[in-house]
Ligand binder design. Structure first.
Ligand code: FAD
Length: 345
């Protein structure tokens, strides 16, 4: 591709960032992604420890959007996704859940194939130069390159922190962050057991309970050979009340909640950890935008500056199982806008 084609930087290699970057690169345009995580995928995450693997972020996905269904079909053809046919309790009637194979991280790995991704790199500063270009730096002040456009796909509090100088300097629309959406926190407990947990169900949605979801991770397709493993999600309300609770206490509390719900004692625990997601789920709120002017588009982009925002929070999901769909829709919307912008330059 011609060296003059615009260069895009994407901050965040979660589903939204990867989807937008893919569309851009498929047009032969140059893109570099930066992600502070050990793995790509953001909240579409799998924690591995020896022979254990837990989907400790999004455990499964569902679809209501026709285009997203086609994306899922492609992932299925690429062996990165399968229907989860485990026994479900408490989920909405007719809900079809799908899960990454051999783990949830397979979905972002497939989306990210062939993309230039700098992992374990946290972008700490963004500067707009008088020539119109963008300069990115990490926390040590190391320059990460000059780009013609920058896309931020991190949760809104993190994007806002990064863009604070720009808000003050006027190169970011303040209304961009006036969205009727709230990011909710979730404690997740990962546990492996010496033998099978006595539960008739593999996935339980416990509406109104502190333990909101209890999921037999090892019942998902292609999780063969490992020990019995579960992932437990606390409800956001209780998580936010106990944000600073010690991790060991969170593990004990939620294993006790599982035993209580199943009315049984649990087998010997061979591994257990808690993980706190501060920005786990985007939830729409009823609060209208303060001035009623903020857009509800699933991505935001300023063609003058080449600055954009994408992520699940811009198109908040109608249910907890639709977060990945929201992120994908936002990333695709942004990718299409960016392509139109590149054509018009
Ligand atoms: C516990 C839990 C349960 C969930 N359950 C479901 C479910 O059942 N079904 C479903 O569909 N969805 C579920 N979700 C939500 C789903 O995971 C998200 O909606 C989706 O993955 C969001 O993708 P994203 O690309 O918008 O953001 P993210 O995945 O958050 O990606 C943002 C990326 O930006 C990176 N980043 C942030 N700041 C910087 C920086 N300064 N420099 C470099 N990199 C940076 C992060 O490392 C991250 O990789 C769940 C999430 C959690 C945590």
């Amino acid at each position: 591709m011609a060296a003059e084609s615009p260069r895009l930087a994407v901050i965040g290699a979660g589903i939204a960032g990867l989807t937008a970057a893919r569309l851009w690169q498929d047009r032969g345009l140059s893109v570099r992604l930066f992600d502070k995580g050990r793995n790509i995928g953001g909240r579409c995450a799998t924690r591995r420890r020896d022979e254990l693997a837990f989907d400790h972020g999004a455990p499964a996905i569902a679809a209501t959007d026709g285009d997203f269904r086609w994306a899922m079909r492609r992932w299925m053809m690429g062996a990165a996704l399968q229907r989860w046919l485990g026994s479900m309790q408490g989920f909405p009637e007719g809900l079809r859940l799908f899960t990454g194979t051999p783990d949830m991280n397979a979905i972002p790995v497939r989306l990210g194939a062939g993309l230039d991704i700098a992992q374990r790199v946290e972008v700490a500063r963004i500067e707009r130069e008088p020539d119109g270009g963008w300069h990115l730096h990490d926390a040590d002040g190391t320059a990460l390159g000059r780009f013609d456009a920058v896309l931020l796909t991190c949760p809104p509090a993190q994007a806002q922190r990064l863009l604070q100088p720009g808000l003050n300097a006027g190169w970011v629309e303040p209304g961009w962050f006036d969205r009727p959406v709230q990011m909710r926190a979730v404690w997740t407990v990962m546990a492996a057991f010496e033998s099978r947990v006595a539960s008739a169900h593999d996935a339980m949605a416990l509406d109104g309970e502190p333990l909101e979801f209890a999921l037999r991770n090892s019942s998902k397709p292609e999780r063969t050979g490992g020990p019995e493993s579960w992932v437990l999600h606390a409800a956001p309300d209780i998580t936010e009340q106990f944000l600073e609770h010690p991790k060991e206490a969170v593990v004990d509390d939620f294993l006790a909640a599982l035993a209580y719900h199943l009315d049984t004692s649990l087998p010997r625990v061979i591994f257990a950890r808690a993980h706190r997601w501060l920005y786990a789920r985007a939830e729409a709120t009823d609060t209208p935008n303060p001035d009623g002017t903020a857009t509800t588009e699933p991505s935001l982009f300023d063609p003058e500056t080449g600055l954009g925002l994408a992520g699940d929070w811009l198109s908040p999901p109608a249910s907890p199982f639709l977060g990945v769909q929201s992120a994908w829709l936002s990333g695709r919307h942004m990718g299409q806008r960016l392509r139109a912008w590149a054509r018009s330059r």
